[in-house]
Design a protein around this ligand. Structure first.
Ligand code: ATP
Ligand code: MG
Length: 255
């Protein structure tokens, strides 16, 4: 991938939607590298970190993750909103300014109350893996309105064929694929040199269950954003095919 970086002209509040293993993590890493003002939150990485640290939330979430089910909406909502607050993307309620419609209305569809959020380009973000249900999307609308929803599309048969080659650096969430995007040194993370592992929930059985969940929940989620006119569909059999199309659209909207 090229090392060109680009500045944002306005705040990008992006979410990535796609089947398990489609490459949401890979596309977020690449967007972060190209647009340094972006930061990202991956719901799956946050959950796995809690499981690894054996926090009460992690212990509660573990069984659902291992069986390919979703964790409860309230749990994921707490986790994400706390992380967004700590990153300064949401203003604590007590500090909410009297809402200035001039700065907020451009990104808030009519009829939806504008929540208190920073509109500065530096408050740009990518959410990977959240929201995953229409109910979660409604909750997010109340926190901060997203303005670019990317639907990543790859045929499930293609994802299945490559999932066995997926390796991850667990602490950072960096993703490799030994066929398409191998680490510089086999079995080691490019940045830290630490060992790569495979995700337990990438087993055929669990991946199939995750796909089933995605198929059950994604239609209502996509319709939610289609109604708000911020949905962008991008297709490809590999991350390398998808990235240039995604970059082009991203630049058209935000640079
Ligand atoms: P990939 O990361 O390969 O694109 P994925 O989207 O299935 O695939 P993660 O986003 O890492 O994987 O999620 C892993 C698991 O964490 C899910 O199967 C689910 O149990 C839980 N999870 C993650 N995000 C949410 C969410 N928004 N709501 C409910 N459960 C979630
Ligand atoms: Mg992921």
């Amino acid at each position: 991938m090229s090392t060109v970086t680009k500045q944002l002209r306005k705040a990008a509040r992006v979410i990535l939607i796609g089947a398990p293993g489609v490459g949401k993590g890979t596309q977020s890493e690449r967007l972060l590298a190209r647009f340094p003002q972006l930061a990202s939150i991956s719901s799956g990485d946050l959950l796995r970190e809690n499981v690894r640290r054996r926090t009460p939330l992690g212990l509660e979430a573990e069984a659902a993750i291992q069986s390919g089910e979703l964790v409860p909406d309230s749990m994921i909502l707490n986790l994400i909103s706390n992380d967004m607050k700590s990153k300064g993307w949401l203003l604590p309620k007590s500090e909410s300014p009297v809402q200035s419609s001039a700065s907020l209305s451009s990104s808030s569809p009519a009829g939806i109350p504008s929540p208190a959020h920073s509109v500065d380009a530096s408050a740009s973000f990518i959410l990977d893996g959240f929201p995953r249900t229409a109910a979660q999307a409604t909750s997010l609308d109340e926190l901060v309105p997203v303005n670019f929803v990317v639907h990543l599309i790859t045929p499930p048969s293609v994802i299945l064929a490559r999932i066995a080659s997926r390796w991850v650096h667990e602490p950072s969430g960096r993703v490799y694929n030994t066929d398409f995007h191998p680490p510089k040194v086999q079995g080691k993370d490019d940045v830290t040199g630490e060992a790569l592992t495979q995700r337990e929930d990438d087993s055929l059985e669990t991946w199939t269950q995750r796909l089933k969940k995605f198929e059950e929940t994604s239609q209502a989620l996509l319709e939610h954003y289609d109604r708000r006119r911020c949905l962008f569909r991008v297709e490809g059999d590999s991350s390398d095919e998808i990235s240039p199309k995604l970059f082009a659209e991203f630049e058209r909207r935000f640079c």
